[in-house]
Design a protein. Sequence first.
Length: 108
Amino acid sequence: MKERVIISGKGGTGKTSVTASFAVLAENSGKLFSTVRREAEHLAEKENHDIILVEGPPDIGYPVIASLTRATQLLVVTEPTLSGEHDREGVLELARHFQIPDSVCVNK
């Protein structure tokens, strides 16, 4: 799948949505997260929005680091499983490293 950024326009809430599609485990998926975030920041400024929500991937690789860039708060939504615990702890460690306040929600 070729990487691209898609601006999907106004959703049901009236807010602009920015999304991307990319190949699973794509080598530069972190770069794609950065591109989407920059586009969201541009649109938020243009449309006078104060908040940007970024949904990031699990684990602790470069895409997660890219999705945390310039974050002011982190909400980790996790499953009560061994895999969920591993991913949650990795992301929380990154949040502490970057001094990003965090919260956790367990999805049962």
